[in-house]
Design a protein around this ligand. Sequence first.
Ligand code: KG4
Ligand code: ZN
Length: 377
Amino acid sequence: MRILSIDTSCDETSVAVTDGRRVLSNVIYSQVLIHKKWGGVVPSLAKRAHEERIDLVVDEALEPARLRSEAGKPRRLNWQDIDYFAVTQGPGLAVALEVGIKKTKELAQKYNKKIISVNHMEGHIYSCFVQNSKGKPVRDFNFPYLALLISGGHTELVLFKNHLEFEVIGRTIDDAAGEALDKAAKLLGLGYPGGAVIERLAGEAGNLDFHKFPRPMLKSDNLDFSFSGLKTAFYYFLKNDDFVIPAPCLPVGRKAGIQTGSPIKSGMTKGLRYDLRQLASSFQEAVFDTLLFKTEKAMKQTGINRLVVGGGVVANLYLRKKLRQLVKKYKGSVLFPPFKYLTGDNAAMIGVAAAYKAEKGLFIDPKKLDRIPRMSL
Ligand code: KG4
Ligand code: ZN
């Protein structure tokens, strides 16, 4: 069963063709460079960029010659090869979601196919089970799982009881974990998005807790998260100590490299009392401690020791190590999405979730298909 899926929930235009859990193509057109200079996603720019690129991305997704012609030669996919269309209905940016939904309706009508609506968070959960075109990694399902979803927009703990059976047992009451890392990075002048830069600086500092920032909600008796207090504490820590908040001028990206071990030069000299690396490390530690604490609490409460983790923050290798240590303590296991389906939103994960919906005949009437920016699981 081949599905062409579209995800335009935020700042990536992505289209994939999947066959069950196997990915035949997965094209992602990231808008990160457009939004970078504004320090976050600008909805009107996101909408325009999705509109400008969607046709090109759909076309590209049909291009990879993963199907064989009768003569055994690779060939481009065509519309007859596609059985269904799937699209992210929410959660996400309203004006961005609309672009993908409109295109899906247009294609479904033109080629007379049914539509499957997918919740973006279902996609992040199923991202741990996405396979390449050869069916790797195999990863059979062994329900129930506890899913930890940590992205730029979401932080949730979800019981994944069976296919398409979810129960949200914890969520952030304000900022998401990735958003907190992005905001801290912005305060430190490290650009956007900041999670990966924070990871690198923290690693250079040895991932230690130099300045004990608050761990909000640890004492609450539920499984909810909160990161805005931590962000505020970080802001006042920098402000009160005359930390020079630099203009976003530091080179970012793995290759550009921030010169460490020597004074950090551009834009931040006088008044800098703290090492950027120590600040990054301490902030990251506070975010991850909170994630780990609530995940462990959920494991104890539910008795489930098998984790699946989705969302961009799990690109963080240090966090992965901590999660592995956690499940080891409970003789459990943890699954992370293959890297290809992790960094950045992608339609492949939407297609995989859609396959289970199609199996159950869960299609949506195009007339009832509208974006749901705050869609919950
Ligand atoms: O899932 P995702 O790509 O998009 C959303 O649906 O939000 O997640 C993006 C988030 C951003 O906040 C980004 O800073 C964070 O994932 N992120 C990381 C790392 N790479 C990306 N956070 C921590 N460590 C990383 N290596
Ligand atoms: Zn996402």
